[in-house]
Design a protein around this ligand. Structure first.
Ligand code: PAD
Ligand code: ZN
Ligand code: ZN
Length: 376
């Protein structure tokens, strides 16, 4: 049946309010307006950033909403004025859009875009309205994506068309976790051949940082996690050593300094803890180490450290989505995966149907899963 131009009724996991499980509901998804695209989502990963919203760590967020931002699907229909993407195309929705016109998009250095909803959290399409309703209520969108639903509508600037041969159940991770971690190593830190790296937090993002460090030719990659069950997977994807802070009396930066002739060249915080951001900075070597903040700390939290840490040559950086300009690079990352430049298999620990979404979040919380991919 041709659904073009019609309202679609489908299943979605709605987050009605914080601190509550998701409810599987029948929702209505309006057709795309001009410069918008309606997508049939086929696979969506569960990322810690979705969990931060469920746990109320971003109090500005508008509820009810449909979370999910790490996904892949097939275009169902396109709004007026959309020329480069057509029904049937495989696509990845982008939580960092690329409008190509704003100051950030025109600057070759950064990857943010002023059309992003990160920080503003309107929970609406760019025209200020929503395409979702449920039981007569408006349901908000989530950072230009919303993918825990069979159908979603996104702005054209927040969609990347990808290779027709891409396996959607894997490349969904290129929509967030993989690209974020991998890019943090290769673009943001610019890890060099023969260098030493420390990766704090060995979830989907931290493991992707390790993959990036390995591709960049780092000679020592040390994984740090308080859950030693994460070590086997970290070594499988490229960590040379793994340490658990609970097994050491000394602060972790001292343990790392002893292992690396005074400190690592690059450290990455992939947890979202302000205390660990400081530990990661202290773990860099005096002279020219670089520390990258990848984890998302609760909004409005503060980090404090001695400025001497920077005066003595260290650099502190941070980026969303691994610094990639999304529409330019997501298709290339998919092609690189298809060309076996890296392998995402190690990141996917579980697959579940959409109905089992609450089980997926429970496993993430208990530290039992890396990435659970919901399949529709
Ligand atoms: P995850 O929860 O799967 O992994 C976090 C890991 O950190 C787990 O293995 C924990 O055991 C470990 N951990 C927790 N506390 C500590 C501690 N004190 N010391 C050492 N290890 C600890 O999360 P994830 O990999 O999905 O995401 C990691 C962070 O990255 C999270 O804050 C998420 O919101 C953020 C993120 N940022 C971006 C971005 O664009 N910057 C994108 C995606 C995710
Ligand atoms: Zn994410
Ligand atoms: Zn822009």
């Amino acid at each position: 049946m041709d659904t073009t131009g019609k309202v679609i009724k489908c299943r979605a996991a709605v987050a009605w309010e914080p601190h509550k499980p998701f409810s599987i509901e029948e929702i209505e998804v309006a057709p795309p307006k001009a410069h918008e695209i309606r997508i049939k989502i086929l696979a969506s990963g569960i990322c810690r950033s979705d969990d931060h919203i469920v746990k109320g760590k971003v109090p500005q967020m508008n509820f009810p909403l449909i979370l999910g931002h790490e996904a892949a699907g097939i275009v169902e229909s396109v709004g007026e004025g959309v020329t480069k993407i057509k029904p049937g195309d495989k696509v990845i929705p982008l939580f960092v859009p690329q409008c190509g016109e704003c100051r950030c998009c025109l600057d070759p250095k950064g990857n943010l875009c002023y059309k992003t909803d990160i920080g503003r959290y309107s929970g609406l399409m760019l025209d200020g309205t929503s395409r979702f309703t449920c039981k007569g209520k408006l349901i908000h969108h989530y950072i230009t994506t919303s993918t825990f639903t069979e159908y979603t509508v996104v702005d054209e600037v927040a969609v990347a068309k990808i290779d027709d041969n891409a396996p959607l159940d894997k490349v969904c991770l290129i929509g967030c976790g993989f690209s974020t971690g991998y890019g943090s190593a290769v673009n943001v830190a610019k890890v060099h051949r023969g260098s030493t790296c420390a990766v704090f937090g060995l979830g989907g993002v931290g493991l992707s940082v390790i993959i990036g460090c390995k591709v960049a030719g780092a000679s020592k990659i040390i994984g740090v996690d308080i859950n030693s069950d994460k070590f086997a997977k970290a070594k499988e994807v490229g960590a040379t050593d793994c340490i658990n802070p609970k097994d050491h009396k000394n602060p972790i930066h001292e343990v790392l300094a002893a292992m690396t002739n005074g400190g690592v060249d690059y450290s990455f915080e992939c947890i979202g803890s302000t205390d660990i951001m400081v530990s990661a900075l202290k773990s860099c070597y005096l002279g020219s180490g670089t520390s990258v903040i990848v984890g998302v700390a609760p909004s409005l939290s503060q980090v404090s450290f001695e400025p001497m840490l920077l005066l003595t040559g260290r650099t502190l950086k941070g980026a969303v989505f691994g610094g990639w300009k999304s529409r330019d690079y997501v298709p290339k990352l998919v092609s690189d995966m298809l060309a076996n430049k890296f392998n995402l298999d190690g990141l996917i620990s579980h697959k579940l149907p959409l109905e089992k979404i609450n089980k997926g979040f429970e496993m993430l919380d208990k530290g039992e899963s890396i990435r659970t991919v919901l399949e529709f």
